[in-house]
Design a protein around this ligand. Structure first.
Ligand SMILES: Cc1ncc(COP(=O)(O)O)c(C=O)c1O
Length: 361
């Protein structure tokens, strides 16, 4: 960061931005990577690039963060919410085709907890119906589907470097482009609708307004922070996996009683240890667990509320779908502390408390 400050070049698209983007392109194989100020921004860029608008439908899981849907709502699209799988909060690819209509344009699989959706099935359906696929890979950095990096399979993808993620820059994100058709326009949308990137590369002798867009690029201060994280990526990932495995092993005996369910990683997916969650049998037991842990100074948190039941959706849409597995995860899933500085001893302490709570009920 000091280096970014001392060069005096603090605005976007400088040395550190380019260095981070090249790192991601080389390591994961994106045709192009563009840093953004958040994953929400990257999703908004995706929605613009998909060229969708009023009358178009976009399929999004209901168990996700608002931004996965909101980016497309801002373009005027209608959101069709899909259910999760029973075994895993990800979108149920087997139920996707039933949601497709002649107006469907995009599918947005969200790799919950960094665990891959069944991308072969999703891409087959998309290709069959001529749809675009935008991977919401907010939580999925350095995670894979059948050996392929998440975010490189769909036409476009969006990552988050928000402080809650594995690799962080406070706020931050990235657009991944895997279809060459989108490269030129993405740079223009990124730079306030101008072809400034081409000008900086010396490809044109002046730049101007060519398209819609916004100021989606981060400052060099943010990119320099991100670069420092990338330099420690292996160390960060190794530590998180160690912590995740300690939780998983420690809770096996409790899971065997049927009182809780542990995350299941499908054979086609890897685990980037973004999150350690468990699934309680019902809302009451989850509420009690969160309270019990809080009494012992441990902060555990539930996650998404079903978007199809949100104030926004229910006041703008008349048909509210029935999505039982989404509702089940909204009521029963709870996330345990997971951050780099956490120690194995602290994980053991938390595991002990979880067992204590469930022994009492
Ligand atoms: C699945 C998903 N998509 C998008 C976002 C938005 O990310 P950001 O905060 O970087 O905009 C989040 C945030 O946690 C998320 O979980």
């Amino acid at each position: 960061m000091y280096q970014a400050v001392y060069t005096g070049k603090l605005s976007g698209n400088g040395v550190f931005t380019k260095r981070c983007q090249k790192y991601f392109e080389d390591k994961y194989g994106f045709k192009k990577a563009l840093l953004t100020t958040s994953c929400t921004d990257a999703l908004e860029m995706c929605a613009i690039l998909c060229n969708v608008g009023p009358g178009d439908e976009v399929i999004v899981p209901s168990y996700t963060f608002v931004s996965s849907a909101l980016a497309f709502v801002r373009q005027g699209c209608k959101i069709i919410f899909a259910d999760s799988m029973e075994s895993n909060p990800n979108i149920d690819a087997d139920k996707l085709e039933a949601l497709i209509t002649p107006r469907t344009k995009v599918i947005v699989p969200v790799h919950y907890a960094g665990v891959a959706c069944d991308m072969d099935k999703i891409m087959d359906i998309a290709n069959k119906h001529n749809l675009l696929v935008v991977e919401d890979a907010a939580q999925a950095i350095d995670s894979y589907y059948k050996g392929r990096p998440l975010g490189t399979i769909g036409h476009l993808s969006a990552f988050s470097f928000h402080e809650t993620k594995n690799i962080i820059s406070g706020e931050g994100g990235m657009l991944g482009i895997n279809d060459e058709r989108f490269i030129r326009r993405s740079e223009i949308i990124w730079e306030k609708g101008t072809n400034r990137s081409e000008f900086f590369r010396g490809e044109v002798n002046k730049y101007g307004w060519c398209d819609t867009g916004s100021s989606f690029l981060p400052s060099e201060v943010v990119s320099a922070f991100l670069w420092a994280q990338l330099e420690s990526m292996q160390q960060i990932q190794d530590k998180r996996k160690l912590l995740w495995n300690q939780y998983f092993a420690g809770l096996q005996s409790l899971a065997a009683t049927g009182k809780i369910r542990l995350p299941q990683i499908p054979g086609y997916a890897t685990n980037n240890a973004h999150m350690f969650y468990l699934v309680c049998r019902n809302l009451e037991e989850r509420t009690g667990l969160i309270k019990y842990l809080k009494e012992h100074n441990v902060l555990s948190v539930f996650h998404y509320l079903s978007l199809h039941k949100s104030e926004y959706y229910t006041s703008n849409y008349t048909e509210i779908p029935d999505l039982p597995y989404c509702d089940m995860y909204a009521d029963c899933l709870v996330r345990m502390p997971m951050f780099y500085e956490l120690t194995l001893e602290q994980v053991d302490y938390i595991v002990g408390l979880i067992k204590e709570y469930f022994n009492k009920i």
